[in-house]
Ligand binder design. Structure first.
Ligand SMILES: Nc1ncnc2c1ncn2[C@@H]1O[C@H](COP(=O)(O)OP(=O)(O)OP(=O)(O)O)[C@@H](O)[C@H]1O
Ligand SMILES: [Mg+2]
Length: 354
């Protein structure tokens, strides 16, 4: 059965539509204004929206735009109901994203015919259901990947890290226990200690990069800030990091993916760009979360690099799996800019501030 959402502020107009559509095996949902319509759409999928234009508070054009700005609702069919029979408002309706119009007073046969054509196909809902299934599957893949990384990280840190600590202490003890060590022997032990210590640091870094603990405890903004500061300390390359102060709590999959983008983008800059400055920016606009990482290095010509690298390909795949968009653009004069974008997740709690 198809579901139709009727949005009209006038009770009589709603009742007329109900009367015209009744008996056609439709489930009818009613909204008295744009706000109520958006609330209903947040909770359920509908097959068609019948939308009045002249409404107080938010007119039909604005409701239409808001619906279209939400990725999940970008393709739901919208029929605008208008008493305005002039070209200018029809044009405005199309610009706002409506699919078709019916002029008031509405002819019941015309309405029935249009509605039947749209709902019979019922393509929209099937498409959305498939997309939702795919998205859920992809999310499970990324979550499983992250859990595996977390497990390996713990193992590296706890098992190997601790075994090496004991090893290091052993060498120290040996150095202390030797009552009259020869200089050569002392140097050998010192070298052995140095080498083991290097391995220890590498394992620690690996463990931290596999699953940055700060991401779990302090949230994305601080994790990124910390990473940038640490990056500058290691490389002497200044990074200006800016982020929205009141960032809402994002799904875990967004956090880890955006963090990985930052890591790889900065690593690429240090490896390839010869830049003198980097700007990283985490912002929230309207319904999207956007990370940009830009450098002022010597860039590269797209399609002309002969790289066997897997960094960028991996990022692109991760972003798609997590439901986002990834882009890199570069030119020899402008440096390189990496962008990663996620739609604000609908229907998920986004109130907690980190
Ligand atoms: N910020 C940048 N400045 C200049 N060139 C870049 C930049 N980022 C990427 N590139 C170019 O794009 C290529 C592909 O990058 P990618 O991260 O996929 O691979 P890689 O860094 O070479 O290797 P890997 O990431 O697998 O260790 C690089 O080899 C380099 O030529
Ligand atoms: Mg790389």
């Amino acid at each position: 059965m198809s579901t139709i959402l009727i949005v009209d502020d006038e009770p009589t107009a709603r009742e007329t539509l109900i009367a015209m559509l009744e008996g056609n095996d439709f489930q009818l949902e009613l909204a008295r204004d744009g706000f109520e319509a958006l609330q209903i759409l947040d909770k359920m999928s509908v097959d068609l929206i019948l939308l009045d234009v002249m409404m107080p508070g938010m007119d039909g054009f604005e409701v239409c735009q808001r619906i279209r700005s939400r990725p999940r609702l970008a393709e739901v069919p919208i029929l605008i109901l208008t008493a305005l029979d002039d070209r200018a408002s029809l044009l405005r309706g199309i610009e706002s994203g409506a699919d078709d119009f019916l002029t008031k007073p509405i002819d019941r046969y015309e309405l029935a015919a249009r509605v039947r054509t749209i709902t019979r196909l019922n393509r929209y809902r099937k498409l959305m259901e498939q997309r939702e299934n795919l998205r859920e599957m992809a999310e499970r893949v990324v979550v499983a990947q992250e859990e595996e990384r977390q497990r390996i990280s713990r193992e590296l840190h706890d098992d190997l890290g601790q075994a090496l600590t004991i090893h290091l202490l052993g060498i120290r003890d040996l150095q202390n226990d030797l009552t009259i060590p020869t200089e050569a022997m002392f140097d050998k032990l010192q070298t052995l200690y140095g080498q083991a210590y290097e391995v220890f640091i590498k394992i620690r870094t690996l463990a931290h990069n596999l699953r940055p603990p700060v991401l779990d405890t302090l949230g994305l903004r601080i994790a990124m800030q910390t990473y940038c500061t640490e990056f500058t300390r290691r490389t002497n390359l200044p990074v200006t990091f800016e982020a929205e102060q009141d960032m809402p709590k994002l799904p875990d999959i967004y956090n880890v993916t955006l963090y990985r983008v930052l890591q790889e983008a900065l690593t690429n800059i240090i490896k390839h760009a010869h830049a003198s400055h980097v700007w990283a920016d985490l912002s929230m606009e309207d319904q999207t979360i956007l990370l940009t990482v830009q450098d002022n290095g010597h860039g590269f010509e797209e399609g002309k690099t002969e790289s066997n690298g897997i960094g960028l390909t991996g990022l692109r795949e991760r972003m798609i799996l997590a439901g986002g968009k990834f882009n890199i653009s570069s030119s020899p004069t402008r440096g390189t800019i990496v962008t990663a974008e996620f739609p604000m997740p609908e229907g998920r709690p986004v109130t907690e501030v980190t």
